[in-house]
Design a protein around this ligand. Sequence first.
Ligand SMILES: [Zn+2]
Length: 324
Amino acid sequence: MVLGVDVGGTKVAVAAVEGVNVRDSVEHPTDTSSTEALLDGIEGAVRELLGRAGEPAAIGVGVPSQIEYATGMVDTSVNIPLTGVPLREELGRRFGLPVFVDNDANCAALAEAHILGEDHLVMLTLGTGVGGGVVIDGKTFRGAHGLGAELGHVTLNPDGPPCPGTCPNRGCIEAYCSGQALERDATELARDKPDGRLASRIGEDGKVSGRELVLAAEQRDTDALMIFDNFARMLGMAMANYVNIFEPDRLAIGGGVSRASHLYLERAEQEAAARALPALWRRVTIALAEGGADAGAIGAAVLAAQEVEGDTATPHATPTRGPE
Ligand SMILES: [Zn+2]
């Protein structure tokens, strides 16, 4: 048994995991008021589960941050106060157990691969921003220092809009295929057409929310549909790029924006099919991520299990079926 911890902007989820099966779990709100409060909150959630589930072989932790993997030092963390924190060392000291720390999108991709038994998988997480993870031979690909696989910051258009992330580039995938990009496009269009139907959906903050845009598209509003058509086209281009580079067995689409996939995924697949190399495209499965709400914690746990086993040849954990 290993513990997986998923530290999000709003909640800290901790799960006791065997293979890819959650035996027990707890959830606490994330305290982001200070680094110390955040670390104490993580410790409290973990200790609560330790009290019930017993001592794990190791603890894996996923955070929405850039991590230097070997040391577990947080390089950059925008949404929670961890920049410059030696997180692996700090949590290892608090628990007296082996701790491994990785980016949350890497953990989600690892969970998706192991839950489905896929050895070669690329996962794109379409949320406020665009993240993702790459699993090769059942293991997470991270680049030289753990900072790689930033799938959202690949250029689709050199003259595109500024990237909304902490990124100096323009025209990144994140500038087109994120929740922020959808809200930007919907708001711009609504302001350009004050008599249009999108304009009637401008909220008190002066913006059209992603939710309102989805509702408008579901009611066949042509402006909203045009925004999703452009979104789909850019996503399809990105998908073709990833298929050509990694040749995954599966390309999984996850994140909050994936809940609106009925508005863009089919069109995105058509675009990708027209662009990807045919020999690669016909071998890949495109699908929504199936990992569910526990995926982040499961992925962190799979990572911890892989590290303590030290068996880099094991392609993936064997799913076991136990009592729920
Ligand atoms: Zn970018």
